[in-house]
Write a protein that binds this ligand. Sequence first.
Ligand SMILES: *Cc1c(COP(=O)(O)O)cnc(C)c1O
Length: 469
Amino acid sequence: MKYISTRGDAPSLSFEEVVLTGLATDGGLYVPETLPKFSADEIASWAGLSYCELAFKIISPFVDGEIPDADLKRLIETSYTTKSGKGFRHEAIAPLIQTGHNEWILELFQGPTLAFKDFALQFLGHLLDYILKKRNQKVVIMGATSGDTGSAAIEGCRDCENVDIFILHPHKRVSDVQRRQMTTVLEDNVFNIALEGNFDDCQNMVKASFADQSFLTEGRQLVAVNSINWARIMAQIVYYFYAGLAVGTPQRKVSFSVPTGNFGDIFAGYLAKQMGLPIDQLVIATNSNDILHRCISANDHSQQDLIHSLSPSMDIMVSSNFERMLFDLHGRDGAKIKALMENFKATGQLVLGDDALAKARELFSSYRLSDEETISVIREVFETTEYLLDPHTAIGVQAARKTRQSNAVPMICLATAHPAKFPEAVQKAGQSEDPKLPHHMQDLFSREERYQVIEKDIAKVQDFIRSNI
Ligand SMILES: *Cc1c(COP(=O)(O)O)cnc(C)c1O
């Protein structure tokens, strides 16, 4: 299996190479040259497989023999386990809960950091460790976080011998739970930088460091753990199949509603559909940062100012993975995507042609929720079912209810975070007490923390990295 750039002008890569690469040299994102396709009979034969068994079926065609089957199985089993004490907390790994008529919640927050990003980053951590040991190579992970990505990446990499991980977060601008999930990991390959700036400053420093890596010591390179990394998307395809099988696919169709920010999660759902899962609706659910909802509903993909919402993990101005979707919507024409993206960078506007827009509308429904609506959904669902939604998940649930076309098709709403991560929204919805952290995190607020506060100066950040690797 070869991986190609969405802008058509970078070398194609093998699976292992693509795991170690961030952006392509032409500025594009890597995608598989072709997708594996599964027949309805084959999918039907997977009913009853465990999460790990199913993950192997879905992931192995993408790895395409570069990792021996026995090793790949072991990597999957160590990533999605309840046995290590640091892993998942539910035997099903991704359990389904019913909240309405043929309406289901897929709990993707049973991992160590209580957000769905654990599904991608637990696997990516083990995969990186395996590939690097084989190559006898060491790398540096550098990433910026406004909350969930940083902690999931740190948890995924804390035991990796060949990885040093540096995560920048905006000083005093992430929640206490989110900060402590990162800063209480004390392994000596883990470094938290509290930057005296905002999230954009953090991200700009990471971008500039990837563009010029000369500050690193000889033989080291940076590896990306944001969702431009193909392995993250790949790992997320699995739970669409897992949930679909649980409600009776392929004999019947299934729909999904996905709280969306950078478009990584829902892009994995789109891929599952291309690979043979009979998905009826895919709902893009956004908060007030609604560039994708505007794009689908009004062909308005224009960049607007960032709004801070009660669902901060979806606060984005531009969804980086949407470029992968645009590539498919435009007949996989790299030159066209290059022109579109360069024009978008220059003007802040991107208008889809008639064909691309029609295809996008056929594939996706979309809906946008304000903070007030988000709060009222949390309240209403709790009053009717005693099930407490986090604000991101609440957006997915309401978007599903507003756009649903058929009650006969099961609607699965992806629950992307545990409510205890976002107590502010939950309190605003009328809960008198903060939702309880799960058992393994009860002592989070008494654990020792370690992080470095650094001023907004890229030379100082890079000095810190160089002197610690
Ligand atoms: C990252 C995140 C999202 C958005 O996912 P994308 O793949 O960026 O679209 C939604 N909810 C939560 C809780 C997240 O952490």
